[in-house]
Design a protein around this ligand. Structure first.
Ligand SMILES: [Fe+2]
Ligand SMILES: [Fe+2]
Length: 179
C-alpha cells in the first residue's frame, strides 16, 4: 500500500550525460552570441538615428536595454558566481565587471526613462554602446580566456544560463520588468 510520492525525480544533482536536446550550450559561447547581437543592435541604432522615427528609435533602444538587462542578470546570477568559485585569480576582473554593469544599468535607466526627441537620448544610447563595447572587450579578451583555461564545466553552466535567460526574457518581454 505504497503511496507514490508526487514526483520522485527531485532533480539529480549529477550532471546529465545526455546532450541537451540538440547541441550542448557552452556558457561562453552563449555570452559571446549575446555580445554580438547587442553590438549589431547598437550599430543599427547608430546608422539610422538621424532618419528613424521616434517610435522606431524607442523600439530599437528598448530592445537593446531589455537584451542587456537579461544578459547582465544571467552573468551576475550564474556566470560570475560560478567563475568566482572555480577560477583562481579572477576576483579583480569580476569586481571590475560588476562596477561596469552598474554604470551600464544607470545609462539603461536614462535611456528607458528618456524621450527620443531629446538631444540626450541619442547621446545616452551612444555612450551606453561605448561602455558595453569596452566591457565586452574586457570579458572576451581577459575574463573568458581565463575561464576557458581553468577547465570548469561550461556545458552544464551554459544549459542553466540558457534556461534562466529564457525565463528572464519571458519576464521582460511579457512586460513585467521591474528595474
Ligand atoms: Fe558583463
Ligand atoms: Fe557579457
Amino acid at each position: 500500500m505504497k503511496t507514490k510520492p508526487k514526483s520522485a525525480s527531485k532533480a539529480k544533482s549529477a550532471p546529465a550525460k545526455r546532450a541537451q536536446s540538440k547541441s550542448s550550450t557552452d556558457a561562453i559561447t552563449l555570452l559571446k552570441t549575446d555580445h554580438k547581437e547587442a553590438t549589431a543592435m547598437f550599430r543599427q541604432y547608430e546608422a539610422g538615428k538621424d532618419k528613424l522615427s521616434d517610435a522606431r528609435k524607442t523600439k530599437i533602444a528598448g530592445d537593446i536595454c531589455d537584451a542587456l538587462t537579461v544578459h547582465m542578470k544571467i552573468e551576475e546570477e550564474l556566470f560570475y558566481p560560478a567563475v568566482a568559485e572555480e577560477v583562481d585569480g579572477a576576483e579583480d576582473l569580476l569586481a571590475e565587471a560588476k562596477v561596469e554593469h552598474n554604470s551600464c544599468k544607470r545609462l539603461i535607466d536614462d535611456v528607458t526613462g528618456g524621450s527620443p526627441g531629446s538631444d540626450e537620448y541619442d547621446a545616452n544610447v551612444k555612450v551606453l554602446g561605448e561602455y558595453i563595447s569596452h566591457h565586452v572587450d574586457e570579458e572576451e579578451t581577459e575574463l573568458f580566456p581565463k575561464v576557458r583555461k581553468s577547465g570548469m564545466d561550461l556545458k552544464s553552466l551554459g544549459a542553466e544560463m540558457l534556461a534562466r535567460k529564457n525565463d528572464k526574457a519571458d519576464m521582460i518581454f511579457g512586460g513585467a520588468l521591474a528595474g
